[in-house]
Write a protein that binds this ligand. Structure first.
Ligand SMILES: [Zn+2]
Ligand SMILES: [Zn+2]
Length: 80
């Protein structure tokens, strides 16, 4: 009988499931399914992620540094 397995870890087989929070409204954004905007400069420092409606309200500019926001997951745009 083997007990060396890693039972329970990654049992769902659903890898790459990444979620972040919108910095403005705290909505949970799934990077694999929800269009998400990010400031590449403030991403690590402030977790500068934004949902599409808040990104639009910010005129696609980062509230921390004023730089233009980028689409975090461009493959979602191409699929439209
Ligand atoms: Zn938001
Ligand atoms: Zn920024």
């Amino acid at each position: 009988m083997s007990t060396a397995g890693l039972k329970g870890v990654n049992a769902s087989g659903h890898e790459g499931w990444i979620t972040v929070k919108c910095r403005v409204c705290a909505r949970i954004l799934d990077l694999t399914a929800d269009l998400t905007y990010v400031c590449r400069y403030c991403e690590e420092k402030y977790e500068a992620y934004f949902c599409p409606s808040d990104a639009k309200r910010l005129r696609y500019r980062c509230p921390f540094c004023g730089r233009e926001l980028a689409v975090y997951n461009p493959w979602l745009v191409e699929r439209r």
